[in-house]
Ligand binder design. Structure first.
Ligand SMILES: Nc1ncnc2c1ncn2[C@@H]1O[C@H](COP(=O)(O)OP(=O)(O)OP(=O)(O)O)[C@@H](O)[C@H]1O
Length: 330
C-alpha cells in the first residue's frame, strides 16, 4: 500500500530537524532514505510508524490519513537497528508475540509463525533463545516477527548495521529478494550509498532534515543535482561552464552552473586520436586491486579518473606519463 508524507515538519524543542518533507512511496516498492548520521532518517521512520507525532504535516496510508492513529492501529511492521527482540523468549515466542496482539486462533498463529520462520530459513532454530543466535540470525528473526503480522508497510531502520561486511552484503540481497517476492511496500534507512543504490527502486537523499533529491538509483548516481550529492554518493569531477569550454567537453550545461562527471566515465589512452584528444599528465596513482585511481592535471585542473585494473594499464600509466582523455557526451 502506498505511503504519502505531506509537508512534514518536526521540531525537538526549538530544534527543527525535519523541514518540508514530501515523499510518495508507491505500492510495493523498496524506497530508501539515504543520508549522513543525524539528517533525520529515523525521525521520519518514527513518524510513519506512529511513535512520534510530527509538529506539522500529514501521513497517508493508501487514502487514509493516519497522522492521529496510534502505532498499533497502523498495520506497519518495523525492524530496528538493534532488532528489539525479547532475549528471554525463544525465536518462536518472539514471532508469536506480535501475532498474539492480533488475537488470532492458536492454530493460525502457529501456522503463521512457521510460514514466516521458514521464509527467513529460521524454523529449525525456533526453540533457541535470542542470545544463542548470531547477529545475522537475530536479524532474520526480527524480520520474521515484523512480517508475520502481515503489515501493509515494512520499515527497516539500518537493519544490517550490526553485521560484518560479508554478511551485510548477503543479508541485503536476501532482504531484496524477500521484498520482491512479497511485494510489500518497504521503507529502508541507511547511510551507506552502496546499499541504497544496489537494492532500491527509489532513493531520497537527505541532509540536515531536508530532502535534496529523489530518484531512481541510476538518476541519483548519474545526475546528482548538487555538489554535496555528487560527492556523498561516490566521487565526482566538477566542471564549470568555462572549464567545459576550455576542455572542449561535449556536454550540454544549459541552465546549470556546473556539471558532474564520474571518474569512471572518463576514458584515458596513452596515444592521441580523434576520440582521445584532451591531453593530461598523471600526477598520482592509487592501486585498489581491481581498480586504479588516477589524479591527472588537465589545463591546470585536478581531474580524477578510475579504470579497471587490466594489468597493462598498471604498467603503462604511471606518474608523469602524458595521456589523452575522452569525456562522455551528454
Ligand atoms: N528524542 C530526541 N530529542 C531531541 N533531539 C533528537 C531526538 N531524537 C533525535 N534528535 C535529533 O534529531 C536529529 C535527527 O535525528 P535522527 O535520529 O532522525 O537522525 P538519523 O539520520 O536517523 O541519524 P543516524 O543515522 O545517526 O541514526 C539529530 O540532530 C538528533 O540529534
Amino acid at each position: 500500500m502506498k505511503v504519502i508524507l505531506k509537508d512534514i515538519e518536526h521540531k525537538f524543542g526549538d530544534n527543527l530537524v525535519l523541514k518540508n518533507i514530501n515523499l510518495e512511496i508507491r505500492d510495493g516498492e523498496l524506497y530508501t532514505l539515504l543520508g549522513p548520521s543525524g539528517c533525520g532518517k529515523t525521525t521520519i521512520l518514527k513518524i510513519i510508524a506512529g511513535f512520534l507525532k510530527p509538529t506539522n504535516g500529514r501521513i497517508f496510508l493508501g487514502e487514509q490519513d493516519i497522522t492521529d492513529l496510534p502505532p498499533e492501529k497502523r498495520n506497519i511492521g518495523t525492524v530496528f537497528q538493534n532488532y528489539a527482540l525479547f532475549p528471554h523468549m525463544s525465536v518462536e515466542e518472539n514471532v508469536l508475540y506480535g501475532l498474539k496482539l492480533k488475537k488470532l486462533s492458536r492454530k493460525l498463529m502457529d501456522e503463521k509463525a512457521k510460514e514466516y520462520l521458514d521464509l527467513v530459513s529460521m524454523y529449525e532454530y525456533r526453540k533457541r533463545k535470542i542470545p544463542e543466535l548470531s547477529g545475522g540470525q537475530q536479524q532474520r528473526v526480527a524480520l520474521a516477527r515484523s512480517l508475520a503480522i502481515e503489515p501493509k508497510v515494512l520499515l527497516l531502520d539500518e537493519p544490517m548495521s550490526n553485521l560484518d561486511a560479508a554478511l551485510r552484503d548477503k543479508t541485503r540481497e536476501e532482504i531484496h529478494i524477500l521484498q520482491q517476492k512479497l511485494k510489500i511496500t518497504t521503507l529502508f534507512i541507511t547511510h551507506d550509498q552502496k546499499e541504497a543504490l544496489s537494492i532500491s527502486d527509489t532513493v531520497a537523499v537527505l541532509r540536515n532534515g531536508e530532502c535534496l533529491q529523489i530518484g531512481t538509483p541510476r538518476e541519483i548516481y548519474m545526475r546528482p543535482t548538487n555538489q554535496f550529492l555528487a560527492n556523498f554518493i561516490g566521487e565526482s569531477n566538477v566542471f564549470t561552464q568555462s572549464e567545459i569550454n576550455t576542455f572542449g567537453i561535449n556536454q550540454n550545461i544549459s541552465g546549470r552552473e556546473e556539471i558532474f562527471i564520474r571518474p569512471e566515465m572518463i576514458k584515458m589512452n596513452v596515444k592521441k586520436s580523434d576520440i582521445f584528444s584532451i591531453q593530461g599528465e598523471i600526477r598520482n596513482t592509487i592501486f585498489n586491486g581491481s581498480t586504479i585511481e588516477y589524479d591527472l592535471i588537465v589545463f591546470n585542473k585536478l581531474v580524477k579518473v578510475l579504470e579497471l585494473n587490466t594489468g597493462e594499464n598498471l604498467e603503462k600509466k604511471q606518474p608523469n606519463c602524458i595521456v589523452y582523455l575522452s569525456f562522455p557526451k551528454n
